[in-house]
Write a protein that binds this ligand. Sequence first.
Ligand SMILES: *Cc1c(COP(=O)(O)O)cnc(C)c1O
Length: 377
Amino acid sequence: MMSMDGHAEASVELAAITRNVAALRAHVAPAAVMAVVKANGYGHGAVPAARAAVRGGADWLGVVHVAEALEVRRAGVDVPMLCLMAIGTDDHAAAIAAGVDLAAGSADMVRRLAAAAEVAGRPARVHLKADTGLSRGGATPADWPAALAAARAAEAAGTVVVAGVWSHFASADEPGNPSIDAQLTAFKEALAVAERAGIAPPVRHIANTAAALDVPQARYDLVRIGGGCYGLATLPGGAPPWLRPAMTLRARLVLVKRVPAGAGVSYGHRYTTSRETTLGLVPLGYADGIPRSATGKPFVFARGRRWPIAGTVCMDQFVVDFGDESVTEGEEVVLFGPGDGGEPTAQQWGEELGTISYEIVTGIGSRVPRSHYEIAL
Ligand SMILES: *Cc1c(COP(=O)(O)O)cnc(C)c1O
């Protein structure tokens, strides 16, 4: 493990991202891989994550907002990129000018993108989104023909190129859930309706990490992999062992002290020492992404074992009861990582806290410095 300069840090093993993408690419071939680097690369840093993914052979990058796409483009990463959410107020002309593809799930959005294309002075590359049952973005079967017709009209006018047709699953992380087959059938139908309307998209895509791993017939031409790039998945039990979690969250104890038996610890005294003991203070709190619900959880790895969080997680800090272990001020503790040193994983945090690993890693606050390195030492 590398040591850190400051009081806490999220360190990101870039080679893990590169290898994860390469392994995923081999796994889903001949489908191509879009590495999703939205939300600051799931908290790992959008630009370093994008570069690491491209080194691993990512054919595409996926983001949500135009601003996220432009950040990656400005860093000089020039592989095909798609903004996954159709947001009417985004600066679409800037995205088109930067060679970024955009999503549209309605005739109205297609027309907005066509208008932005006139401003940008080049056609908008559009991925038409069908709602196959998630009832989030995308056109329902009733609205799909109008979206297709708008796209055909804009193609004829030279303002739009249909670059893809796509959709998204509701329950790809629940193997065998009947909605998966129902959505695949609906997607097939949406593609057939598009073809009859004269649209034969160069790429068709519906799978996220869970579907790419678990539903081979969902891979089509391209899979959109977010969590998998970072060694995470929302499938039961998490990602397969051939994917390596890339982020390690660590901190230094900023204070160590002996307290007597019967000391109430942290807000509300929800923990009381049962005997004289050593408390250590970890300078991370819920403002940094340590959920308040982690109170009492055995999430602190030090001296070869896991220690429970003693008492309430505060905004900026929490306390650990180390018993008679002679921990020292400045000593490093690990909150989660790939798990190979005995530390908990983000997957285990998610399981313990009734959420998913994605919420843990994306929740690590901007106050926590990220450090990027190639390979764990
Ligand atoms: C975030 C996102 C993905 C990636 O999902 P993972 O489960 O992280 O692989 C794929 N598609 C869409 C539309 C998304 O918003």
